[in-house]
Design a protein around this ligand. Structure first.
Ligand code: 13P
Length: 255
């Protein structure tokens, strides 16, 4: 972390977990434990839980995010949700380009870019996910790959809009597997992401961008990961579903 230069952000990605009523009880329990956090705290919940999450967190320091959107503002896209719909609900953040969406829902770097542009135009803050598969790490192409993903996703994003972009480096092989990148690997690859931002926007802008790590981050390894210069927070899956674990990670980021 480098608190002086950039915001530390701990975000939970609930994926397809918790019902609307479970959302209310979870957040009521979470809010008092994280109210003094010095980092930003975000929960990215399923679409159907957003309204409850926005209501329960009103007036607190917990922000609410969605996990996806469609890049078109409206139209004949059955089952989809637009950026404007999310804004109207009071949602502040949206995760874009998560590897599960790339893998199971055929998202490409190009559609990720379209979604990033749509989200920013509607005034949402973006958590943009990049990351390599295991074979790509073994081939030694991780840094090039995350750099390309970052540069394509940010095509057409202005330097002013970049203030509303967080990038999450999530090695696909570390997601939900219990395998975590070592703190050194996370620091190095987050650094490659920052370098890609520097190539596009210059060093000053790159030094101000929050780059999270995600992939089996938990209460036990958060301190070590967050101690690294280029790790400005986390995007947490499994451990964000339990109040004590998520609270503990928030505390690690607030030290
Ligand atoms: P886990 O923390 O469950 O590995 O998930 C990470 C993730 O995909 C967050 O977006």
């Amino acid at each position: 972390m480098n608190d002086a230069m950039r915001k530390t952000v701990i975000a939970g990605n609930w994926k397809m977990n918790k019902t609307p009523s479970e959302t209310v009880s979870f957040l009521r329990e979470l809010i008092p434990g994280v109210k003094d956090a010095s980092c930003d705290v975000v929960v990215c919940v399923p679409f159907v839980c957003l309204q409850n999450a926005v209501e329960v967190t009103k007036g607190t320091n917990v922000k609410v995010g969605a996990q996806n959107l469609h890049f078109e503002p409206k139209g004949a896209y059955t089952g989809e949700v637009s950026a404007e719909m999310l804004r109207d609900l009071g949602v502040e953040y949206v995760i874009i380009g998560h590897s599960e969406r790339r893998q199971y829902f055929a998202e490409t770097d190009e559609t990720v870019n379209q979604k990033v542009l749509a989200a920013l135009a509607a005034g949402l803050k973006v958590i943009l996910c990049v990351g390599e598969r295991k074979e790509q790490r073994l081939q030694g192409v991780t840094n090039e790959l995350v750099s390309l993903q970052t540069k394509i996703a940010l095509q057409g994003v202005s330097v002013e809009q970049l203030c509303n972009v967080i990038i999450a480096y999530e090695p696909v092989w570390a997601i939900g597997t219990g395998l975590t990148a070592t703190a050194e690997q996370a620091d190095e690859t987050n650094g490659a992401v920052r370098k890609a931002v520097a190539d596009l926007y210059g060093t000053d802008a790159a030094e101000r961008v929050t780059v999270q790590y995600g992939g089996s981050m938990n209460a036990g390894n958060a301190d070590e990961l967050l101690a690294k210069y280029n790790v400005d927070g986390g995007l947490i899956g499994g451990a964000s579903l339990k109040v004590p674990d998520f609270t503990s990670i928030v505390r690690s980021a607030s030290k």
